[in-house]
Design a protein around this ligand. Structure first.
Ligand code: GRF
Length: 218
């Protein structure tokens, strides 16, 4: 089985990277993390790649005079390794429109909210302040505008009494660790199409329960 060659771009902790590496360890997973890139040499997540024997490279944005030059260096590294899908996983640099266009529909991101609600930073605090009863995460194709683009996978988690940012973030993060491997698998299986800026997924029409928060037994 030829596995889809995936690169993961990180800036920090790398728990989503770790989840992707773990998923790819299964013999029948149709993708492989072939390269990890970080814009920060001190990104803790680099250790996950090192432990798994995955090639890592640090391309420090500070070493480049312009955003375009940085993006170009990323692009060169990705192409040199024959990367077919790029996963942003806590990558804290905005990529320019040229890069995003070049990698259109081969570049995905995970965001810790149910987009289009709460794009940008501080999502959990804003969700709590808004009083929403569900939070969640979104895996989407990247477009030039931040946290926008066709949605591939979403996971919903309840907001519970007594939640603070840390508790909610932890619940959402556990959902992220299931959502990102699922999105990569669906893409690698060739089941994901973008039509009219919406995602269609072959064979994903299963029934799902309606979940109420609070439960109607309350
Ligand atoms: C995640 O919450 C992700 O959704 C957001 O940044 C965070 C990265 O966490 N884009 P990690 O580095 O994968 O642990």
């Amino acid at each position: 089985m030829a596995r889809l060659k995936v690169a993961v771009l990180i800036s920090g902790r790398g728990s989503n990277l770790a989840a992707l590496i773990a998923a790819c360890a299964a013999a029948d997973f149709p993708a492989a993390v072939a390269l990890v890139l970080s814009n920060r040499a001190d990104a803790a997540g680099l250790a996950h790649a090192a432990r798994a024997g995955i090639p890592c490279r640090v391309i420090a944005h500070r070493d480049f005079a312009t955003r375009e030059a940085f993006d170009e260096a990323l692009d060169l590294a990705l192409r040199a390794d024959g990367i077919e899908l790029v996963c942003l996983a806590g990558f804290m640099r905005l990529l320019g429109a040229d890069f995003v266009t070049r990698w259109r529909d081969r570049l995905i991101n995970i965001h810790p909210s149910l987009l289009p609600a709460f794009p940008g930073l501080g999502t959990h605090a804003r969700a709590l302040a808004a009083g929403v009863r569900f939070a969640g995460c979104t895996v989407h194709f990247v477009r030039p505008a931040m946290d926008e683009g066709p949605i591939i996978v979403q996971a919903a988690v309840p907001v519970l009494p007594g939640d603070d940012e840390a508790r909610l973030a932890a619940r959402v993060l556990a959902a992220e660790h299931r959502s990102y491997p699922l999105a990569v698998r669906l893409i690698a299986e060739g089941r994901v199409r973008v039509a009219d800026e919406r995602v269609e997924i072959d064979g994903a029409a299963g029934q799902m329960p309606v979940v109420l928060n609070p439960p109607d037994s309350a």
